[in-house]
Design a protein around this ligand. Structure first.
Ligand code: FES
Length: 158
């Protein structure tokens, strides 16, 4: 299990070569998210200090790009597209099913920390709705049965 000290060590490692004026902020924040899982207030402070930016500037970028996340979520992030094209092919019913199957509401994480369910607005897969993104993979034409199968494939702890 990752501790706060692990997080600080990872951040120090990531920021060791960062330079104000030459290290681009967004790729650095993406690297933090990839290694740590989220960009915490502490990480925002460290990044701001390393790049000689204000915390508000860094926080503004983190909050604009919702995928960066300021707090940890479940081990698997499951996004159901709720935008127009997917609405026309049943995403609302799919989201109801997803919430019921996982025992959570959109925007929350299962009590075991396994799955975080969220509504998003267009996954760029409009011709093949309802669309669901799990991790980095987008799935099209997702029925409730297929949703259950995809969740079952996640396993218990990965
Ligand atoms: S509207 Fe759902 S993927 Fe675009």
């Amino acid at each position: 299990m990752r501790t706060a000290d692990d997080e600080v060590d990872t951040l120090r490692d990531l920021l060791s070569g960062a330079e104000a004026g030459s290290t681009p902020l967004l790729p650095l924040l993406q690297a933090v998210k990839q290694r740590v899982g989220h960009v915490s207030p502490g990480a925002i402070r460290m990044v701001a200090q390393a790049l000689n930016l204000s915390r508000a500037e860094v926080h503004g970028v983190v909050s604009f790009y919702g995928d960066l996340r300021e707090a940890p979520v479940g081990r698997h992030v499951v996004q159901v597209c709720m935008a127009e094209a997917c609405q026309s092919v049943g995403c609302r019913a799919l989201m109801r099913h997803a919430a019921q199957a996982l025992g959570v509401s959109a925007g929350t994480t299962t009590s075991d920390g396994r799955v975080h369910l969220e509504a998003v607005y267009c996954l760029g897969n409009c011709a093949l709705g309802p669309a669901v993104r799990i991790g980095d993979r987008v799935h099209g034409a997702v029925t409730p049965a297929r949703f259950d199968a995809l969740i079952a494939q996640l396993g218990g702890t990965a």
